[in-house]
Design a protein around this ligand. Structure first.
Ligand SMILES: [Zn+2]
Length: 201
């Protein structure tokens, strides 16, 4: 999509003025397009008058800057999730299950890499934020980006209520977050390994 940003009506011999205007516009908008349309013939100067139209590309059609860009959701039926995830992952990720401590893939993984959502592949955690919480589950001080996870109040256990963490794209359950973590955030994102796929870097 392109937006018209300036319209000049000048005789063609005023090239310098047109070039100046063009330079100024192009400096801020490198992809400016110029269109010259003959407007009328001027008897006095024996030149055509042209209408000069400067266009720039509309790079933000939805008025969303990259900072406020929302994660686009993925929606599937329960049947589709069951087929995609298999029974174990389905229970953990779609029925808020918890895998056994110390008997999971990443609780003691110390390799450098990125942990992705096992259901939709959204990057969720970086190994730099992983720490040994001695709980038997992979634990992180923060997600890779704040808007890649969503937090929900979870009062499924008698007391106290906990804060459940889900993937912002597919809304699959990932684990819980507690406020007894180390610096720099003081938070402990306690995740199920089965909800994650590790990619070495
Ligand atoms: Zn996901």
């Amino acid at each position: 999509m392109e937006n018209l940003i300036i319209k000049l009506r000048l005789p063609s011999w005023q090239n310098a003025k047109i070039a100046d205007a063009g330079k100024r516009i192009k400096r801020d908008n490198p992809e400016t397009k110029l269109q010259a349309i003959p407007f009328k013939y001027c008897e006095e100067t024996r030149h055509f008058l042209f209408t000069y139209l400067f266009y720039i590309k509309d790079t933000q059609p939805n008025n969303h800057s990259s900072k406020t860009k929302m994660i686009e959701k993925i929606h599937k039926t329960d049947e589709e999730w069951k087929k995609l995830l298999g029974p174990e992952r389905y229970i953990a990720m779609r029925e808020n299950g918890t895998e056994p401590a110390f008997k999971n893939a990443y609780w003691n993984n110390e390799e450098a890499g990125i942990y992705h959502c096992a259901a939709c592949d959204l990057p969720l955690f970086h190994s730099e934020d992983k720490f040994n919480s001695h709980t038997g589950w992979p634990s992180f001080t923060q997600p890779i980006a704040a808007d890649h996870v969503e937090l929900h109040k979870d009062c499924s256990l008698p007391d106290p209520c906990r804060t459940a963490v889900s993937c912002a794209r597919c809304e699959s359950h990932l684990g819980h977050v507690f406020d007894d973590g180390p610096e720099p955030t003081g938070e402990r994102f306690c995740m199920n390994s089965i909800a994650l796929n590790f990619e070495k870097i």
